[in-house]
Design a protein around this ligand. Structure first.
Ligand code: NAD
Ligand code: UD2
Length: 307
């Protein structure tokens, strides 16, 4: 049984991770400021420290005695990072440095492993899809730049300070507990809620843009496999399915799962919207021994069932 810290453990992905850790018998400590997460998401049996990850003393105290850290707390909205550049930089990058720094010694003189959330946003506009981990990193947002910064500092933490880590580049994650009412939410949670209520969905552009939608249980599987794979080489892996899905295909599939005929309204494309984003699963599947991903239709059924 290990004692693990999960920052952002009251959020969408973090809450699923905590539930899985508790279920396998780990002791879980959560650090979360409840800004986008909620106390209701806290896994039964986990303990909660309400605090800010951008406060180094809070991070250091929360990490005392742990055997490993999952660092998921961040401002996950690209739009919010554009609006509040400096504030989100402190949360998305400086706080990661605090976590890596504190991981050098958590009270027993040994460095502990850190698994942190990176993002497909580090790639910017892909030259070719699927994107493998060696594709050029050319982020187009403050959010993506800070996530890339996390990867660079994780490398420094490994080489200079002996802190083992793994960075996971999540693609478009979806699943239960992703807030459908937030304007910053993922397209799947927004579309599922509207179509389940027989309301029209609003598609930015022609709907032929594609994304790599990965179900949250597959993300949790990658997180669980990553901690034992942490190394001072600071490896990074895509967390994705390798399958492109266009928005029009997505809407069709949700309609089939809900048993409704979707009403679709097209709007102007989103400024800066990426046309195609699909990742290669090969490296993660091999290194982390991941099972094949959950089919979109099955993941969508879980979201609709949760609503
Ligand atoms: P989320 O907003 O549901 O979870 C983030 C959690 O962090 C929340 O519980 C929030 O209250 C907490 N938090 C935010 N700021 C904090 C602060 N200053 N101090 C302490 N806690 C704070 O988001 P999520 O979708 O679960 O994302 C988890 C991680 O995965 C993030 O790092 C995000 O950038 C990354 N990610 C998510 C996606 C996705 O599709 N959801 C894609 C790529 C990367
Ligand atoms: C995702 C991540 C973002 C960042 C980025 C990196 C989410 C929520 N966002 O942005 O954090 O990592 O990838 O590239 O996971 N759309 C509609 N109608 C709607 C909502 C969305 O047409 O009501 C479109 C949107 O224009 C885009 C697609 O759906 O083409 C996906 O949008 P998204 O906001 O779910 O995610 P994305 O890929 O823009």
């Amino acid at each position: 049984m290990a004692l693990l810290l999960v920052t952002g453990g009251c959020g969408f992905i973090g809450s699923h991770l905590c539930a899985a850790l508790v279920a396998r018998g780990d002791q879980v400590r959560v650090l979360d400021d409840l800004s986008t997460g909620s106390r209701a998401n806290l896994a039964r049996g986990a303990t909660l420290i309400v605090g800010k990850v951008e406060d180094p003393a809070t991070v250091q105290a929360a990490m005392q005695g742990v055997d490993g850290v999952y660092h998921l707390a961040a401002i996950a909205s690209v739009a919010r990072c554009t609006e509040a550049w400096q504030e989100t930089h402190r949360i998305n990058l400086s706080a990661t440095i605090s976590v890596l720094d504190a991981a050098r010694d958590v009270g027993h003189g040994l460095a502990v492993p850190v698994v942190y959330a990176s993002s497909a946003a580090i790639y910017g506009v892909p030259d070719i899809c699927p994107l493998d981990e060696d594709a050029p990193a050319r982020p187009l947002s403050a959010y993506g730049a800070d996530k890339l910064g996390c990867e660079l500092h994780a490398r420094v933490a490994g080489v200079v300070h002996g802190v083992p880590s793994v960075g996971l580049r999540f693609f478009n994650v979806y699943g239960p507990r992703q807030d459908p009412r937030s304007p910053y939410s993922g397209v799947i949670s927004i579309f599922c809620e509207r179509l389940a209520r027989n309301q029209p969905v609003f598609v930015h552009g022609d709907g032929r843009q594609t994304r790599d939608f990965v179900f949250v249980a597959d993300v949790v599987a990658a997180l669980l496999a990553a901690l034992p794979a942490a190394s001072t080489d600071a490896p990074v892996f895509n967390v994705c399915t390798g399958q492109p899905t266009s928005l029009l295909e997505l809407i069709d599939t949700i309609g089939r799962v809900c048993g409704t005929a979707p009403q679709v309204e097209h709007q102007a494309p989103r400024l800066g919207d990426i046309r195609h984003s699909v990742g290669s699963v090969l490296r993660a599947r091999q290194a982390l021994r991941l099972r094949p991903p959950i089919a979109l239709q099955d993941g969508l059924s879980a979201v609709i069932g949760w609503l």
